[in-house]
Design a protein around this ligand. Sequence first.
Ligand SMILES: [Zn+2]
Length: 457
Amino acid sequence: MSLDAVLARIDEALPQATDRLIDLLRIPSISTDPAFKADCDRAADWLVAELESLGFEASKRPTPGHPMVVAHAAGEGPHVLFYGHYDVQPVDPLNLWHRDPFDPAIEETAKGRVIRGRGASDDKGQLMTFIEACRAWKDVHGSLPGRITLFLEGEEESGSPSLVPFMKENAAELTADIALICDTGLFESKTPAIVTMLRGLMGEELTIRGADKDLHSGMYGGVAMNPIRVLARIIAGLHDDTGRITLPGFYDGVTELSDEIRAQWQNLAFDHARFLGDVGLSAPAGEQDRTPLEMIWSRPTCEVNGIWGGYTGDGFKTVLPSEAHAKISFRLVGQQDPNAIREAFRAYVEAQLPADCAVEFHGHGNSAAGQMQIDHPAFEQARQALSEEWGLAAAYVGCGGSIPIAGYFKTVLGMDAMLIGFGKDDDQIHSPNEKYDVESFHKGIRSWARVLEKVMG
Ligand SMILES: [Zn+2]
C-alpha cells in the first residue's frame, strides 16, 4: 500500500512540483552560446540545491565546458543511475514564439493543459519527473528509495564534448547496475515504451575517376568510359528486387526478433499508411518480407545520401565527365561490424571497376548499433510498471536514429540503459513554442515512482 501513498502524494503535490519545474525553466541554460555560460552554471547550482534538499549528496563538477551535476543516495539493493540534461536549445526565431521562452507558464490548449517554455520537454520537464518521484517517495517514507546516482549533463544540446572524458575519469563513481535515461517519448504520443535497440551508422564517400580531364561527348562519346555510368551501375546493384542489400556478409550479426518482441510490435498497431502519408508516400520500400516497424527499428539500411558529377548547371553541356561522386551511408543493427561492412563495400566497388577507372574512398562515422540486454530483471519490472500507470501494454521499441548517450553507457561503463520518456510527438522540441503536457509530467512522475518501487524492491 505504500506505493499508493506515494502516488497519492504525487497527485496532491502536483502544483508545487509544477512550480519547481517552472522555476528551473526560467533559467536560460543554452549550452551552445557562450553568452549563457553563467546561466548554465546557475541551472547546475539550482539542481544541486534541489537534490541536496532531498537528502542526496550532490555536487557541481567542473569540465572544460559546462558542469556536470552528480548526486548520490546510499542504500541497499540494486544501484541505478539516472541521466538527464539541464541544457536547452537556442530559442530563435524568437518572433515565432507566442510567449517569452524563458517566462514559462501553464497554458490551456484544445488538447489539454501544457507547460510552455524552452526546455519544458527537452529535457528539464523529463528530468524533473524523476526528481519529483524521489521527492514524493521521501515525503511518504522519510527516505529515498535506495541506491541512486543522478548524472545530469549541461552539454547535450551542443555535442556533449566533455561527456566521454568525464565518464572515463569517474567510471567507478558512475557505474551502476542499470542506467535510466529520460529523454525520449511515448510511442505515437500514447503508448509507454522502453527503447532497447538503437541503430548504428557508417558512411562512405566515393569518387570514381576515368579520363584525366572532362571530354567532349561528340569526340569521345562511345569510346571513353563514363564514370557516372560506372557509379550508377554500382549503386543500382546495392539492393536486389526484394529490397535486400547485396554486399557479401552484410547481414552477418543481424539478429532476428524474438516472438515476444514481434508480438509487442504487432500490438502497437503502427499506422504506417499515415506515417508514410504524412510525407507524401504510400508504399514501404524496404525488404518486402518485413513490417514497416522492423524496417525502421531492427533492419539495416544502405542509403545514397548524395550523388553528383558532370554538368548540372542551367542549359546543357555535352560533357563526358572525368569524375563521379556519391555519399552512401549504412544504418546498422544487432552485432553488425562497421569495419567489416566498410571493407565489404570497398571490395564490392573495386571489383566492378572497368579498365581505366579508379576509385577513392573517404570513410565517415563508425558506430555500431546499441542492443540492450533485456534479460536484466529491471527491464521487465519497468515494463510492467509503465503498463500499470498508462493502462496500455508498454513495449520494448527500437530507435531508427542514434542516441549517443545510451551507447556510451554501454561502451564506456559497460552497463545497459533503459530509455524511458514521456514526450509527445507535438512537443516541438528544438522549435518555437516547445511544451510538455501536464499529463506527461504528472504521469511521468507517477511512472518513475512505480518503476523505482519494482526495481529497487
Ligand atoms: Zn534532449
